[in-house]
Design a protein around this ligand. Sequence first.
Ligand SMILES: Nc1ncnc2c1ncn2[C@@H]1O[C@H](COP(=O)(O)OP(=O)(O)OP(=O)(O)O)[C@@H](O)[C@H]1O
Ligand SMILES: [Mg+2]
Length: 608
Amino acid sequence: MPPQPNKSGVVVIGIDFGTTFTGVAYDYVGQVEKSPGDVTPQAITLWPASNYNEADSDAPKVPSRIAYTSTEAIAWGQQASDEQGSILWSKLLLLDDNDLQLHLKGSDHLKQARERLEKTDKDVVTVISDYLAKVWNHVLENITRARGRQFLNTRSFHVVVTVPAIWQEYARERMECAVRKAGILNKRPGCADTTHTFVSEPEAAALAAINGHNKYDVLENGQTFVIADLGGGTVDLISYRVKATQPKLLLEEVVEGDGALCGATFLDQAFSSYLKSKVWQKKQKDRNLKSWDQMHIEERKRIMNTVWEKGIKRKYYDGQPGHIIDLGAQGNRRPDILLDADGLNEIFDSVYQDISKLVEGQVEAIVKKTGKKPQFIVLTGGFGRCEYIYRKLCREHEDGIEILFEGNDGPWTAVARGAVLSGVAHVNNQGQVDSHVSRYSYGWLKDEDFDYHTHDFDDHDIDELTGRSFARDQMEWIILRGESVEARSPRLYEYERFFGMEEVGLVSFWEPIYRSNLIQPPNRLVENETSKGKSNRSGEPAEFRKHAIIDMKAPVPVEKLPKRGGKEFPHRVLIYRVEVNVSGASLVIKATSGGVEIGKKVITGLLE
Ligand SMILES: Nc1ncnc2c1ncn2[C@@H]1O[C@H](COP(=O)(O)OP(=O)(O)OP(=O)(O)O)[C@@H](O)[C@H]1O
Ligand SMILES: [Mg+2]
C-alpha cells in the first residue's frame, strides 16, 4: 500500500550551521499540540567518523568542514582532512569584507579559508550548499533509522535555520540560498511543502536553556537574564525580561542584543601564534631544535588537537600554574617548552576581553532600562564551557550576577535544539518569546511647511510648483532601532503629492526607504554623515543608506485630481496615507489613497 500522507504531523528540524561545528536536532509534532515543556528535541549523532577515531561520530555536532577530493568525491565533517585541503570557517566567508571587524580581515583563518575556496573554483554559497546537502542526507538517514521509512515519507517538514544575531540581511539571504540549493526545501512527493523559518542563534540558545528547566522557575516576573552563546566564530548575546510565569514562562527581549566575531577559533589562533613564537625563542638558544613548522605534522596535530583543544583550552583558568608542552621526539631527545601562567592568561584575555566587554554592555543596558542587574548570565555554545571564561566572568560579577552553565553536551547543542523549539512554537502558533526589538531604524524623506522655530534655515526652500515655503529633506523615522516590535500599533502618516497641470494619466512615483544603525538617527538628511552619529556597535557604519524603494501610482488619472493654488500656482494634489505595520520580522508599508492601495513594500530582516 502506498504511504498515506499524514497532513497533521510535522517533523520540525533545526539546523545550526556553525563556524566550526554544525548541529542538527529534530522533534515530531503530531496531531496533539505540544506545549513547550513537552518538546524534547533529539540531537542527530552517528556522524560519519574519521578513519582513526570512531568515537568522534557519537558527538552531537559535526565539524563544518568540506573537501573536494581528487576523485571528485566530497569529504565532509570528520572525514575531511587538512591534507585534502578542507575548507573551514566558510560561514565567515558569507560576510562581506566590510562587515568583518578590522582585526579579522588579515586573520590567518580567513586567508586560509579564502585560498582554499579559490582553489575549488566555487563560490561560498555553493560550497556551503554542498556541505549542507551531505548533512541533510545524514539527517534523513538518522531519522529513518530512528522512526522508520513510512514515518519519514509521510510527514511534512518544517525546517528552522539559525543565523547569528549580528548578521545583516544579505548574509541571511545567502544562507537561505545555500539551504535551498542543498535541496533541503525540495518538494517531497506525498507530503505538504516543506516550510522554513529563521531564528537568531542566541534566541534559539535561550529557548533551549529555559525549556523545561525547573531551575529557572526561580525567575519571577520582571526579572532579567542574559544568554551568551559562545561559538567558534561568533559570540552572540541576548537579554530577556520575564513577562509572565503562568500559565507558561513568557519572555520579552529587554534590550537589544549584541555580538562580535570573537569566538573560540580566535583563541586557537592566539595560542598557535604564541606557541610558535615560544618554540622560535627556544630555538634561538638551542640551534638543533626544530621550529614549529619543521616539527612532524603528527606532533603538531597532537599538540593542537589534544594538548590544546581537549586540555588547556577547556581546563586552564587564571590561578593555575603554567603548562609544560612536550614537543615530541627530535632525534634522541624529547624537548619541551614551558608556557607560563602570565603568557597563557594573556592569550585567553585576548579573547576574554572582547567577551567581557559585550557582557558588560548588556548588563549596563539592562541596569539603565530596569534599574536592576540581571539575575544571571547563562553561557551556551561549545566555547561557553571554557573554564577560564566561566571563572573570570564569575569573579567579575561576584557582586550580584550568577553565571550559569551546564557541564554536559547541553550547551553545545543548545542552538540546534532551541531552533526546534522555535519551530514547534511556530507550527503551534504559540511562542515563548513574545516581544522583540528592531535591529535597525527605518525612515524616509518628507518636506514640511517651513517653521523658523523648528527647522534649520539651510533646509529652507520655495516650491516652484506650489509657491510653498518648505523645509526640504526632513527625515520621518517610522521605526527606531531598539523599539519593541510587537508592542507597536499600526502607524499612519498622511502626505500630499503635487502634480503640474500638464501632467496626465496614472503617474507613477517612488520614495526611497532608508535604513540606519543608529538608535536616534538625525532628523535631517544633510546630517547623514559618519561624524554626526555614533553607532553603538563597533564596525557598523553610522551613516544611513538607501535600503529599499516603495513604488506608488496615482489611483486615478492625475488630471482628475483636485486643483489648488489659484491662478498663480495652479497644481493638482494627491492626498495619500502610508500605514506601517510590523508582521513577524517584517515591516509592512502600505500606501493608500481614498481607500485604494497605491503601493506596498515589505521589508524583511527587522529582527536579524
Ligand atoms: N569545554 C570546552 N571548553 C572550551 N572550548 C570548547 C569546549 N568545548 C568546545 N569548545 C570549543 O567551542 C567551539 C565550538 O563551539 P560551537 O559549536 O558552539 O561553535 P559554532 O556553532 O561552530 O560557531 P558559531 O556559533 O560561532 O558559528 C570550538 O572551537 C571548540 O573548540
Ligand atoms: Mg554556534
